[in-house]
Design a protein. Structure first.
Length: 403
C-alpha cells in the first residue's frame, strides 16, 4: 500500500517537473543555507582555536601596562619586569611548568649577500617548552650558553629558507645587526597565524645576549608562563596577578600596571562567540525552510483543486478517506525530502569549494545534515497535512460534478 502510494507520488511529481522544482526551491535554499552556514562556522571556530593554539596553548602572557584593557595606560608608562620576577613565579605558583622572559627587537639578519628583516626574541629554553615548539634540526640552548649570554641562535624556517637557501643552517654563522651569531637549531615550520603573522620569521637568542648587546638594559618586556593542563588556568592566573601586585608594590586601591592573557580562555571565548553567531545565522537561514513549507502547502492546495474529479472517482469506487489523505501527504513529504537531499548536496559541494578559498578547514558534521533532512521531511508533514486533509474530506458526488 505505502509503496504504491509512493510510486503514485513520484508519477505526479514527474508529470509537473517545473512546478515541482519551483515548489521545493524554498526547501532547497533553506537546507542549503543552514548546512553551509553551520559547516563554515564550525570551520571558522576550528581555525580560531588553531590560530590561538599556534601562539601557545595552556599559556599565560604577562605584559607591562594595561594596553589590553579598556581605558588602561600603555605599556610604555609601566615599569618592565626583571629576571627575579621569573624565578619568583616559578617557585611560588603551583601548576607552572615553564617561565620565560622576553626581550624583543627588530633587526636585519645577514648571511653572505642575503639579508632579511626579522624580529629577534631574547628568551630562555622555557620559551620553547611553554609554547610547545618542536625542532626540525639542531638543539636548544645549553645552560652555559644561557648563563653567559653567548651569541647563539635558533631560527625559524622562513629565515633558514631565505638566508641559507638549501644549506643546513646548523653550525653556520650569520650576522644579526652587528653581532655574529652561530645557528644551533631550526624550529619546525608552524605557518601563518591570523594573530601573529608568519610565525616562522623569527630569531631566538639567549635573553642575556639580547639585553647586553642589543637593548642595552636588563628589562623583560613580557613573561610567558606555561601552565600544567591538569591545573585550573584561572586559579593560576589569579595567583599570578596577586604575586605580581606584591612584587610591584601596588596598593590595594591601585589598578594593575600589567596585563595577563590566558590563551585557553581567549580561545574558548572567541570560539563560543563564533559558535553563537553560527547558530543565529543558521536560525535566520532556517526561516526559508518555513517559507518553502508554505510554498508546498500552496501548490498542494492547487493540486487538490486540479484533481478534484480524480479524487471523486477514487472515493466513488471504494477508496477510504485516510487512503486519499495518505496519498497527498506522501506527495508533500516526497517533495520536501527531495528538496532536502538537493540542498544537502549543494551545500556540501559549496563548502568543499568555499572553505579552502576562505582558508578554513572543511569539517563535515553528520548531525546537522541529518537534522536538516529530518526537518525538511517534517516540513512536508506539517504543511502537507492540511491539503491532504482537505482532499480526504471531499464529498464523492460533489467531486464528480466538479468541472
Amino acid at each position: 500500500m505505502l509503496g504504491t502510494t509512493i510510486l503514485l507520488a513520484f508519477r505526479e511529481i514527474r508529470r509537473h517537473l517545473m512546478r515541482s522544482f519551483l515548489t521545493v526551491l524554498g526547501v532547497v535554499i533553506g537546507v542549503f543555507s543552514v548546512i553551509t552556514m553551520v559547516t563554515l562556522g564550525n570551520g571558522a571556530t576550528a581555525s580560531v582555536r588553531q590560530s590561538i593554539s599556534a601562539l601557545g596553548s595552556d599559556m599565560l602572557q604577562v605584559r607591562p601596562g594595561q594596553s589590553l584593557g579598556p581605558g588602561g595606560g600603555g605599556a610604555a608608562v609601566a615599569p618592565p619586569f626583571k629576571l627575579d620576577d621569573l624565578a619568583a613565579i616559578h617557585s611560588q605558583i603551583a601548576g607552572v611548568v615553564a617561565v620565560a622572559g622576553q626581550a624583543q627587537v627588530a633587526a636585519t639578519a645577514v648571511r653572505n649577500a642575503q639579508n632579511w628583516s626579522t624580529s629577534v626574541t631574547g628568551t630562555s629554553n622555557d620559551f620553547f617548552t611553554a609554547q610547545k615548539l618542536a625542532f626540525s634540526a639542531g638543539r636548544r640552548f645549553t645552560p652555559a650558553e644561557e648563563q653567559s649570554g653567548r651569541s647563539v641562535c635558533v631560527i625559524g624556517s622562513t629565515i633558514a629558507r631565505n638566508l641559507f637557501q638549501g644549506v643546513d643552517p646548523v653550525g653556520q654563522s650569520m650576522r644579526v645587526r652587528n653581532i655574529s651569531c652561530e645557528v644551533v637549531g631550526v624550529l619546525a615550520e608552524r605557518g601563518q597565524s591570523g594573530f601573529a603573522g608568519d610565525q616562522d620569521d623569527t630569531v631566538v637568542m639567549p635573553i642575556k645576549a639580547v639585553q647586553r648587546r642589543m637593548t642595552g638594559n636588563h628589562d623583560v618586556r613580557a613573561i610567558i608562563v606555561g601552565v600544567d593542563p591538569a591545573f585550573d588556568s584561572s586559579a593560576i592566573k589569579a595567583s599570578l596577578v596577586a604575586l605580581m601586585r606584591e612584587r610591584r608594590r601596588l596598593a590595594p586601591t591601585e589598578a594593575d600596571d600589567f596585563s595577563v592573557l590566558d590563551s585557553r580562555q581567549i580561545s574558548d571565548t572567541i570560539a563560543s562567540t563564533v559558535g553563537l553567531l553560527t547558530v543565529l545565522v543558521g536560525a535566520v537561514a532556517g526561516i526559508s525552510l518555513l517559507v518553502g513549507g508554505i510554498g508546498i502547502m500552496n501548490i498542494m492546495l492547487v493540486s487538490v483543486t486540479e484533481r478534484t474529479r480524480e479524487i471523486g472517482v477514487r472515493l466513488a469506487i471504494g477508496a477510504l478517506g485516510h487512503e486519499v489523505l495518505l496519498q497527498f501527504l506522501v506527495e508533500a513529504v516526497v517533495l520536501s525530502c527531495l528538496g532536502g537531499l538537493i540542498g544537502i548536496a549543494l551545500a556540501l559541494v559549496t563548502c568543499l569549494i568555499v572553505a579552502p578559498l576562505m582558508g578554513l578547514p572543511f569539517l563535515f558534521d553528520p548531525a546537522i545534515n541529518l537534522l536538516s533532512f529530518a526537518f525538511s521531511a517534517l516540513i512536508g508533514v506539517v504543511f502537507g497535512y492540511f491539503p491532504a486533509r482537505r482532499a480526504a474530506a471531499l464529498n464523492p458526488i460533489e467531486a464528480l460534478r466538479y468541472d
